[in-house]
Structures are given as C-alpha cells and as structure tokens.
Design a protein around this ligand. Sequence first.
Ligand SMILES: *Cc1c(COP(=O)(O)O)cnc(C)c1O
Length: 484
Amino acid sequence: MSLGVVSKQIEHAAYTAQSENMQYISTRGQVTPVRFSDAVMTGLAADGGLLVPEQIPDVRAKLADWSSLSYHELAFEILQMYTDLPDEDLKGLISRSYAVFRHPEVTPTVKVDGLYILELFHGPTLAFKDVALQFLGNVFEYLLDKSGSNVNILTATSGDTGSAAIHGALGRRGIRVFVLYPRGRVSPVQELQMTSVLDDNIHNLAIDGDFDDCQSIVKTLFGDPNLKRSYRLGAMNSINWARVLAQIVYYFYAALQVMRRDESASVSFSVPSGNFGNIFAGFVAWQMGLPIRQLILATNENDILARFFNMGDYTADAVRPTLSPSMDIQVASNFERYLYYRVGGDTDRLRGLMGHFANTGSIRAAALPVDALRDPFQAGTADTDATLRTIQYIRNEFDYLLDPHSAVGVYVGMHQVLTEVPLVCLATAHPSKFGDAIKQATGDDLARHELIDQLAGRPTRNTELPADADAVRSYVCDHALDAD
Ligand SMILES: *Cc1c(COP(=O)(O)O)cnc(C)c1O
C-alpha cells in the first residue's frame, strides 16, 4: 500500500468521524439528538420543534480552495460535513440530483447591468425548490432502500413546493406524496404542474382555504401520534433540514464566483421570501463564515417577516393573494429556526416564545435578547405596482425577464437597501410559470418555456377537500402506504 493510499484512508477516517458526530437537535430541546438520516426521515420533531445541527462548522479557512470547485464538488464538500452518508454514496446522490438540471452550472449567476442574478430555476419544475427537492427525493429513496420501508409525504404548498416535491418523488420506490394546496390560489400553471401528474403515488388535495390553513392541517396530522404510528409520515417542505442544507450550496457557489469576478471581499444577497426557508440557508452560510454583508429579506404585501425585521413585530395577519403566490404566507415555518439562534440556542426560552405565539399570534423583538449575533438581515416590501414596474424596467432596459417573485427581490435589493458590495438577487422561478403577471407588466406574452407549453390540455387529477384536519386525515388513511 503506498503512502498516498494510507494518508487518503486516514483523511477518510477523519471525515467519517466528523460526519458521524454531526447530530441534530430540536429547537424546542425535548427530543434525543439524531443523525442526518433520521433527521431527514423525521421532518417535524416530536416536541413540535424543528431540527437544527448541534453545531455549525466554520469553513473560513477553506473558502480560497472552494472558489475553484464545480457546483457538484462544492455541494459534496458542504453536504459531507452535515450528513452521515458514505462519501461515494453522497457523491452519487449529488450527481443524480443535479444531472436533471438544464444548465451545466446548475445555478448560474448572470450579470444584468450592475446586478447579479442567481438563476435558481433550471430544474424540472422551473423553481428554486428543485435544487433541494431533487436531492431530497434521491435521499429518501436511498434511505428507504436501505431500510426496506416506505414513507408517506405530507406537504402543504403555496404553489411551487408541490410540483417540485412531486417531481422529486416521481418514480421513486417507497414514496407516496400527498400535496395540500389552497384551491384557486395557486397559478393555473402551478396547478397543472401538479395535477397533470397521474402517477398512483401522487395525491393532489385542493383545500378550501389559504396556504396557512394547509400548513396548519399538515402540522396537526404530524402531531397525531396514532397516524404517526400506523404510517411513516415524512416532510418535503422546508421544515425538512435536507432542504435547507441543499440550498446552502448555491449561496457559497454564487458568492465565491462573484467575489472573484469583482475582486470584492464580500457580497450581499436579496432573497424573495415567504416561508423563510431559502433565506435561512443564506443565514447558515453566513454563520459558516461566508462573507455575506447583507442578507436582504424581500416580501410582497404579506410582509410579516419584513415587519419583524423593521419594526420588531411578528404578528400574523390574513393572507393576501398577490402576483407572487409562492410568497403569500404569513406564518413562516422556518422562522422558528432563526429564533432559536436569536435566543442563543436557549430551547426553554424558545419553547416559551412559541407557546406565546400559539396563544397570541404575535412575537415582539423586544422579548428577544439584543441581537448578539449582529446578524446580517435587512428587510423590505414590494407591492404589486412595484413588482410590475420592476419586471417592466428590467425587461426594457436590460432585456432580461424576471418572474414576479424575483422582481420583488430585485426591487427591494435595488431601492430599499443601500449596499456597497456586489448585490446578488436570487431568481427563484422562471417567468413562464407566471405568464399572466408578465403580460400585465409588459403587455406581451413574452414568457414561454417548452416545459410549460407541453402542459396544455393534459388530463388532470385532484381531490377537493374542506380545510379540515379530520377530512384530510381520513383521506390519507385510506390512501397511505404501510410503513413496512
Ligand atoms: C417558495 C418560493 C419562494 C419563497 O421561498 P421561501 O423559502 O418560502 O422563503 C419565493 N419564490 C418562489 C418562486 C418560490 O417558489
């Protein structure tokens, strides 16, 4: 055996030891720590909290080396620190997940005048959620294959998660998917992307209510011990840690590229936000030591998150339908993960806060410790008019078409926050998913994509149900896969 091989093996042993040590704990502190594989299968923790890694690795010493890596290589370097999967298996999962993207760089960054646009929409359903859900679908299949068991996925969607989850699970053994979406409140294209999938393992449930109703039904069913015992329930929405994890990669990939290109020491990101899943991944990247100057949280009129960061008030309001339906959310499920860090990991305190929120519908920043992290968040809101004007302006001036979600991020990043470093705006969907908004903004039917055009006239299937946990429970019981 050559010395090189020995040292590789030692290196491998060190890595494996490090990965095996990564444990996940609940933000509410009442469950035994679990490894990545269990965290992925668990979804919501048994105490109602969300799983977070016990510690976040500091990677500052690695950044120089990482700046020349391909997307796949970088994904491996980051993911292996958080997972308990053998290196070769993890590499295989990454390569299968990103082979389906229609761009060799997976998430390319393009320059549009003085802005950088990070295009996250080259996956099968043309929204950023594919980046995480293709990976998660592969991880589920891999883990179920090892254990010989099945999983029933329950997921609420404001539009894009549903189709991305369906396409992440499609054709994979052992996975059945139940998607709850608010009837009449997702775009026609979003609905077609879900309901045109006729596979037996896919169940689309059109709920008479808004997204928060769907999300709260899912939470109720996850909290039902009988249901949990009889059927293994899993989550593909952003309460699943694997979603956040896969999203961390593109913050590194884009920042390292832009910093090299602009010879700058840091960047800012503007992130169109709803459930706080995407931007939370940026927050983890920042905690890992990626030099992010500002993390700009952009909302539409459903501005609870912006109100929190700007006015210290997190109070749920009624959901207002907008041109960016995937952000028509009030109660952001990942916000609890942020609060966990804001209270310095004090799970007792966080449990108290979440109890207070459940009772009063409100959390005040004054009740939190001063921001000892000095976190990089800034926030702003773009209303419908600002969204339309931004689409029009960027199209007329720079011949680049933004979808309405991405336009919210660009507007807030350009107009509401002063940043002295390169600004990277996340483009979270392809404009063809929201053709009506594009027509409204530009007067023309400019946004086309063959994947969307192919949907027209396809047969569809869904089931309409009231916004009632019992009705959904009995549907799920009738159609779920047995756990083993
Ligand atoms: C889901 C979604 C968002 C919001 O992301 P969060 O992680 O929920 O904050 C923004 N834009 C698009 C296109 C989406 O699909």
